[in-house]
Write a protein that binds this ligand. Structure first.
Ligand code: B1M
Length: 529
């Protein structure tokens, strides 16, 4: 555990309990510039970069509106502006959060004129590679040292873990403030003084490129240097001319606007601080090898192409997951089927696509193999179980659209037939439509359907049959209703793999549908009549 007393000796930690959660701060933001110190109390949460470690206990935390569990030893790097808070859950064993909070601003100091700026040089890393250097001011240096010191003193056992998080965090901070990542300029720490000057020039250019007054002369003046000296330093660090760099930044922003917006060329020229249209055309052609208009057309074509590629990619991904669902239904792996369905739903695949392209596709392969004696009843049963489990998961997502209805339906697989997967799907879809469904189960005798109509008030009677040998029972059900004198009071629906429209007409049933979704639609319309 965090040794509060010991850390307290150093005079920089704060401990506090809020909503039953115990926080220990290593408050390095305390060492702000004097001007900021007075503001400290009113410091906006969004100004703070936060690294949290769950020191003990468990509970939950709300990140950007999502509630997630958190537990001992979790480390969170919370970027500013991300709404985040911890809370205790019913089974929480308390929660102690160890927090390092650093202030966003006052870290970088690129101006050579400032005496403070040469103290510390820290790398910006991408994929473990140092891609640029940034000058931190002495306050930043002290804060980083503080963090490292306390990690060493207090958290020796977690030292490496914390260090890598702090390093990643500081890198994030640098790229956030200085936008150094992607900056191709590389220099050595020994050239820090020049680098700092150029860095701050680059910062100003990136911020103010739209100002047509921004020039070598104006910038040199702001950096307390003569034009010649500034120009020389810039060339030494970057290998290029300041004016070329400024033009490049403006042109690249103009190219972005051509690509992403419908702004007219005159507006883009003004927006980017470029001097006039003819010279913009000339410079743009030199840089991009084409006119701005052609660049815009080509960019739009390429954006379209990218979207097409993205769609193709997502279709392929979707196919892959559906194939996996189908394969796992066939293998009877109900747990994996459930996981894959969760993943597919998360990826935006619709429930009906999962049902048709995954679950039912898998079952139909099973049927073929069963027919050809390649597999036997046990394999069919485990596949059926996986399929049913998957269908259960899809239940809340299915049949939410279309006509909504209310009314009472009964459903059953006819006498002699024990297949119930299709019947269960029909039931599920009908319930999704708002209908009340009385499930009579499998192997249901004709009289049972009649009593459901008479005693339970079901107006739509649904019959399912998967065997050619049990299809005639459907005709018996129709006759039973006639014999009871209530044939005109009910609608009889039939379905199941071997059932067809002609059979429905022949036996005098009211409706045949080939699948569960259309069966639910048809039943709903009966109640609207
Ligand atoms: Co059986 N079985 N089976 N079986 N079985 C079939 C149906 C069969 C086609 C396999 C084959 O040989 N290819 C074949 C029937 C041949 C025929 O008569 N033409 C057959 C046989 C022969 C048998 C046994 C006789 C095998 C034996 O013991 N020798 C035996 C019979 C037992 C009995 O019922 N008395 C038997 C047993 C079994 C199992 C118990 C092992 C198992 C059932 C497990 C269960 O249901 N709990 C089983 C299974 C799983 C199948 C297959 C492989 C899959 C059926 C299935 O669930 N499909 C099946 C082969 C196949 O169909 N490819 C087969 C998925 C389901 C969602 O589809 O039920 O068609 P389905 O429902 C569809 C539509 O038809 C529609 O909606 C659904 C889609 O959205 N729908 C309706 C269904 N009911 C509807 C009602 C409606 C509207 C639409 O309105 C009211």
């Amino acid at each position: 555990m965090w040794d509060t007393a010991r850390a307290g000796d150093k005079g920089r930690d704060v401990s506090e309990a809020r909503d039953g959660i115990f926080y220990t701060y290593l408050d390095v933001s305390e060492k702000a510039h004097p001007a900021e110190k007075t503001e400290k109390q009113g410091l906006e949460q969004s100004c703070l970069l936060v690294i949290d470690m769950i020191d003990s206990g468990s509970g939950g935390h709300l990140v950007d509106g999502r509630e997630l569990p958190c537990k001992e030893n979790d480390i969170y790097v919370i970027s500013p502006c991300t709404p985040h808070r911890y809370f205790l859950t019913e089974d929480s064993a308390g929660l102690t959060v160890r927090r390092i909070a650093v202030q966003l601003d006052c870290w970088l100091n690129g101006r050579a004129a400032d005496k403070d700026s040469r103290h510390y040089c820290y790398g910006v890393f991408e994929d473990g590679e140092r891609v640029a250097y940034a000058m931190l001011n002495s306050t930043a240096k002290e804060r980083i040292s503080d963090i490292y010191d306390s990690i060493e003193c207090e958290l020796a056992d977690r030292e490496n873990e914390w260090k890598s998080v702090v390093k990643a965090y500081i890198t994030l901070l640098l790229s956030f403030i200085g936008r150094y990542v992607g900056n191709t300029i590389k220099t050595s720490p020994e050239r820090g003084e020049y680098y700092a000057t150029v860095n701050s020039a680059i910062e100003i250019i990136k911020r103010e490129f739209g100002n047509p007054e921004l020039s070598l002369e104006a910038l040199a003046q702001r950096l307390f240097l003569s034009q010649a000296r500034f120009s020389q330093i810039f060339k030494e660090v970057t290998g290029g001319l300041f004016s070329d760099y400024l033009r490049e930044v403006r042109l690249s922003r103009a190219a972005e606007l051509l690509k992403e917006s419908d702004m007219t060329v005159d507006r883009i020229v003004a927006e980017c601080g470029l001097c006039n249209i003819p010279s913009f055309y000339r410079n743009f052609r030199n840089a991009y090898g084409m006119t701005p208009q052609i660049y815009r057309q080509m960019a739009k074509i390429s954006i379209k192409q990218t979207n097409i590629n993205k769609n193709e990619e997502s279709e392929t991904k979707q196919m892959e997951i559906l194939n996996q669902i189908s394969a796992n239904v066939q293998a009877g792996k109900a747990k994996i089927v459930a996981e894959l369905i969760g993943q597919a739903l998360k990826d935006g695949v619709s429930a009906s696509e999962i049902l048709d392209g995954g679950l039912l596709a898998g079952m139909s392969v099973i049927g073929e193999k069963f027919k050809n004696n390649e597999i036997y009843v046990p394999q069919v049963l485990v596949a059926a179980r996986a399929m049913s489990k998957g269908a259960e998961l899809l239940k809340p997502h299915l049949a939410k659209s279309g006509v909504r209805a209310s009314g009472k339906v009964c459903i059953g697989t006819v006498a002699g037939d024990l297949h119930d997967i299709g019947k269960n799907l029909v039931k599920m879809m009908m319930e999704g439509k708002g209908l009340e469904v009385i499930d009579l189960g499998v192997d249901v005798a004709p009289e049972r359907f009649v009593s459901a109509a008479v005693n339970d008030g079901c107006r739509v009677i649904c019959l399912s049959s998967l065997l050619t040998t049990t299809m005639p029972v459907m005709a018996e059900v129709v006759k039973a209703f006639e014999a009871a004198g209530i044939r005109d009071k009910v609608k009889i629906m039939v379905g199941g793999a071997p059932v067809k429209q002609k059979f429905c007409d022949d036996i005098g049933a009211d409706c045949y549908t080939p699948d569960a979704a259309s069966a639910a639609d048809a039943a709903a319309t009966f109640f609207k009549e």
